[in-house]
Design a protein around this ligand. Structure first.
Ligand code: PA5
Length: 463
């Protein structure tokens, strides 16, 4: 199982000014946490609660359709191009980076077991988009356009550009190279897909973008590049069962949520750093940052009172950022909870050769990079503790589909519980929607004329 270690956030290790008496806090919050977990598990079966993501591990139908389509198109494409942004891209990036062989897109087809290369176009930089389109043979590319709302300006602009180029190159055959993942009924992409006859998959109702990685949003691209999605689903189910435990002493999602909440509200530590000691898990931090920020950063509580809460998430990578951010984490303001993710066993053991023994680097010879990575994480944790900085450590036994799915699901449940502790709606994102509407207005979308006028006035006042 995944392990969670919170000792370095405890008063016994980092002192009473910055540490929590965790045993005492667990006992005080025992009932509240039990109620939260029971309540979430009850509400997840009711539509309208935005908790359908808790049921995605049990959606056999989606699993079947995704696998069927992936096997149908296998061998037809050299590239998968995913168009999407935010929750429609970050889970895909995190999982493919972690589970595919490193440098996947540079490998030969044989080295990729004849599965396609995969590209995520998660931004609208004209240079990078044009550059990518220049190197892709669109006839041999399957475009998976993903947008829950079906109208996000970034994703739909990418799509319009790609679709036009495909049509120029392939005439009417281009339709077979497009698969859309969107709402089952509403939105512009649904409308276009029906008119044009694209193959489609559904972003289920009541699943927010940042909680959608285990729907067709993630599962389809994963299956297309040969990731074992059954293994992932098994991981989610096992973790879901484990996290149903209402006892805070046994429930690691509740422990993480409570410690973060108390560190923020009692100890003034409102920054949450995600720092995996694994390059393959690098994009898990990007995914976590969105999850934590959009879910918990809210300006009103569940009763409608103004609150402006939410810990700010930051991303870092071990050991790389020991040479960048750790100076600040050790000696700057003591306002952070640092989350390490450690890997029990890497797939490879890489020995450092015994050379230059007569020099100051001779001590490295004969050791492994694995030992060095462990030493880096251990030493950083101890040095942070020396400076009374709290750390939490999640250890996954290996980077594989089973444990990665467990890790992501664990962080989703932790976020949901944190939302309850902060007493905010963790499943909406009005701040994101507002920025989207402003973009629509500035780009001249019909129905947004009044906002466009107001924005022009505001912009001329500040620029
Ligand atoms: O979590 C969210 O809801 C957002 O970040 C969305 O995922 C993002 O804005 C993209 O939205 P859509 O999938 O509707 O294009």
């Amino acid at each position: 199982m995944i392990k969670f270690d919170y000792r370095s956030a405890d008063v016994s290790v980092i002192g009473s000014e910055h540490g929590l008496d965790i045993a005492q806090e667990f006992s005080e919050y025992r009932e509240k946490i039990a109620n939260i977990i029971t309540d979430l598990n009850k509400r997840k079966d009711k539509m309208g609660q935005k908790l359908q993501w808790m049921n995605l591990g049990y959606n056999e139908e989606t699993l079947w359709y995704v696998k069927e389509y992936a096997s149908l198109v296998q061998g037809r494409f050299d590239n998968i191009l995913v168009l999407g942004i935010g929750g429609s891209a970050l889970g895909g990036l995190a999982v493919t980076e972690a589970l595919l062989k490193p440098y996947w897109n540079l490998l030969t087809p044989e080295q990729r077991d004849n599965f396609p290369r995969i590209f995520f176009l998660d931004n609208i930089d004209p240079d990078t988009m044009n550059g990518l389109l220049d190197i892709l043979d669109l006839k041999r590319t399957l475009v998976n356009v993903i947008t829950k709302s079906g109208s996000t300006a970034e994703t739909m602009s990418q799509f319009m550009i790609v679709k036009n180029r495909m049509k120029e190159e392939m005439e009417d055959d281009y339709r077979k190279n497009i698969v859309a993942t969107t709402d089952k009924q509403t939105g512009v992409l649904r409308q276009i897909s029906e008119q044009e006859g694209y193959k489609t998959f559904v972003v289920p109702d009541d699943v927010g973008g940042r909680f959608s990685v285990f729907s067709a949003v993630g599962l389809l691209p994963f299956a297309l590049v040969g990731i074992d999605i059954d293994e992932m689903v098994n991981g989610i189910k096992d973790m879901d069962l484990f996290l149903k435990n209402t006892d805070i002493n046994e429930n690691i999602a509740a422990q993480g949520a409570l410690i973060h909440y108390l560190m923020d509200t009692k100890k003034g530590k409102n920054l949450s750093v995600m720092m995996p000691y694994s390059s393959r898990l690098k994009y898990v931090s990007d995914w976590y940052v969105q999850l934590w920020a959009e879910s918990l950063g809210k300006n009103e509580d569940l009763q409608g009172n103004p609150v402006h809460v939410g810990p700010t998430p930051l991303k870092a990578l071990g050991a790389t950022d020991q040479h960048s951010q750790i100076q600040l984490y050790n000696e700057g303001p003591n306002d952070k909870v640092i989350n390490f993710i450690r890997v029990g066993e890497f797939d490879t053991t890489l020995e450092i050769p015994k050379i230059f023994e007569y020099t100051g680097i001779g001590y490295l010879g004969g050791k492994t990079l694995n030992e060095l990575m462990d030493a880096e994480a251990d030493s950083t944790k101890v040095s942070l503790a020396d400076y009374s900085r709290p750390t939490l450590t999640i250890t996954i036994p290996k980077v594989n589909g089973y444990y990665l799915a467990q890790l992501l699901y664990l962080l989703e449940v932790q976020t949901a519980i944190a939302g309850e502790l902060y007493n905010v709606n963790a499943f909406d994102q009005p701040g994101v929607e507002q920025a989207k509407y402003y973009t629509y207005a500035l780009m001249g979308r019909a129905g947004y004329e009044e906002s466009a006028r107001m924005l022009q006035e505001r912009m001329s006042a500040i620029s």
